[in-house]
Design a protein around this ligand. Structure first.
Ligand SMILES: OC[C@H]1O[C@](O)(CO)[C@@H](O)[C@@H]1O
Length: 511
């Protein structure tokens, strides 16, 4: 198929396939794209709390931090430039996503991943060597292009080379790699914070080159997906590669299905016009809201700014960095929980349970901070500091088995084939847009709203949970090409958008 998504593939049925070493190696190599994404999320918070980094690039923030009592605890890091350092990456990524949509289609997944790796490499060299703010921000923009290209191409790659029966697990592998990237970055910051002078932050930023190099070399080694080759007219090559990755000789049924899916997808001349058709409305609304809601859980306030946040709570530098590493570890482990439950308990159960857990934990954090963190004194005692850390972990855990992976999985499995690729890029775009908004606004919101920022997130969690109750159908166990018949046409609200969709007699008979 020309399209695809995180959980996308040629069809609902399973085809003859072995889990070959080639598939496993290809997926591990490709998912280093997720590692890169996560590394960037995790590294910036620690770096922006390092005094030497602040002294060099953000002297006014540095001065504020050196004079305790001068500035409200909540406002120590409120600086648009500092937030731009974090957020510029996502702004670049959201623009890059649309370019990447075309390169994944016309040049293939492999080449797009290679371009992502190269962007990343150059970006990390610039950041490592940065002499001034401009060099730093240009480096971040290049990293952002890397994220935009990788987040579009890697998930497509994973879902297209994966055999149908392990596609869900491989889908979450991307998010799992992202969480591992965050954790590794947190641990590196913990180590480099102790290095005197300007080397600490340089090493932290420069080490982004490692996953970048892994992706660059990896994408030179991997073969492109059969789907991408076939969609670009390379039928024989596509078939030969299909045989190699499936480890069987009889690939004819899958080959024919990919050829047919490519034909239909290639008939769509304007992918976005097609996406806006009434029958794609429910999936589109859900794809967009899944991204907005994912970011309005407040997760990236924690992921980006945990060290800053823990310092706001009165933790010392060391304690705030290892507290961030603890939240990072909880994030990785809880994402694994989701891999286990997603096809057993279903998507809705995970989202609803997490809604309650996230709501309560944000509430506790807000109450403790409201009662104890006063503007100009560090009076949050040790015990209460730990209590906040525990509740932040409870929050992160529930996010990691719900909105983290499902924010990607659900949009990718609900679109019909011909709208899947465009749907995917819209999902990535909105994810990056709202990641940017949180990254740019959180420290100012913390400064102005103080502890109430956590009530703001709690209110959003309430809204998204109500949305799930009424508007999000269960997609567990439904073959990807049968969503229209078995999910959308049966839904109390969304069925009204399906009136123009032809009823497939086969699916009707099955239902
Ligand atoms: O694990 C947390 C991370 O996961 C994401 O939501 C992506 O799915 C990021 O925005 C966040 O930093």
């Amino acid at each position: 198929m020309a399209g695809g998504g995180f959980g996308a593939a040629g069809g609902g049925g399973d085809f003859e396939a072995k889990i070959t070493p080639l598939v496993i190696i290809s997926c591990i190599l490709a998912s280093t794209g997720g590692l890169m994404f996560g590394y960037d999320v995790g590294i910036s918070g620690g770096v922006t709390s390092m005094p030497e980094f602040l002294r060099k690039f953000f002297p006014s923030v540095y001065r504020k931090n050196q004079q305790p009592g001068l500035e409200s605890n909540y406002c120590k890091y409120d600086n648009q430039g500092l937030q731009l350092f974090t957020s510029s990456l996502y702004l670049a990524a959201l623009v890059a996503t649309f370019v990447a949509m075309y390169t994944t289609k016309s040049l293939g997944r492999k080449l797009t991943m290679l371009m992502a790796g190269v962007f990343f490499l150059i970006g990390s060299v610039l950041n490592f060597a940065a002499q001034n703010l401009a060099m730093l921000i240009i480096g971040r923009i290049l990293l952002g292009c890397g994220v935009g290209f990788a987040n579009q191409a890697v998930p497509l790659f994973l879902s297209e080379v994966a055999p149908t029966r392990i596609r869900g697990a491989l889908n979450i592998l991307f998010q799992l790699m992202c969480t591992i990237g965050i954790l590794v970055a947190n641990m590196i910051n913990y180590g480099t914070d102790k290095i005197k002078g300007n080397y600490g932050w340089r090493i932290s930023l420069g080490l982004a080159g490692v996953p970048a190099l892994m992706l660059t070399l990896g994408s030179l080694i991997v073969v492109d997906t059969p789907n991408s080759l076939i969609a670009r007219g390379k039928l024989e090559e596509g078939k030969a590669i299909l045989k190699r990755i499936r480890g069987v000789d009889n690939v004819e049924p899958e080959f024919l299905e990919i050829v047919e899916a490519s034909r239909v997808a290639n008939e769509v001349k304007s992918p976005f016009k097609n996406l806006l058709k009434r029958r794609n409305r429910p999936q589109l609304i859900i794809a967009i809201f899944m991204q907005i809601f994912q970011q309005f859980t407040g997760i990236n306030a924690i992921m980006f700014y945990a060290p800053v946040l823990f310092k706001t709570l009165g933790f010392k530098s060391d304690a705030s960095l290892y507290s961030s590493a603890i939240t990072g570890a909880v994030n990785v482990l809880s994402t694994m929980v989701s891999i286990y439950f997603v096809d057993r308990a279903g998507r809705r159960v995970l989202l609803l349970e997490a809604g309650v857990q996230m709501f309560l934990s944000q509430l506790v954090v807000a109450i403790v901070m409201g009662l104890k963190v006063k503007d100009n004194v560090n009076n949050l005692g040790h015990g209460l500091g730990i209590l906040v850390l525990v509740f932040v972990c409870i929050f992160v855990a529930s996010f990691a088995w719900s909105w983290g992976p499902l924010g990607w999985l659900i949009p990718s499995e609900t679109f019909p084939l011909e709208a899947r690729s465009a749907g995917q890029s819209v999902a990535v775009f909105f994810n990056m847009l709202f990641t940017f908004i949180i990254a740019q606004a959180f420290l100012s919101m913390l400064c102005h709203m103080k502890f109430a920022i956590f009530l703001f997130f709690a209110a959003w969690i309430l809204v998204m949970t109500i949305f799930v109750i009424f508007l999000l159908p269960e997609t567990k166990g439904v073959p990807i090409e049968e969503m229209t018949e078995r999910v959308w046409k049966q839904h109390w609200f969304w069925k009204r958008y399906m009136d123009e969709v032809e009823v497939d007699p086969k699916a009707k008979a099955d239902a």
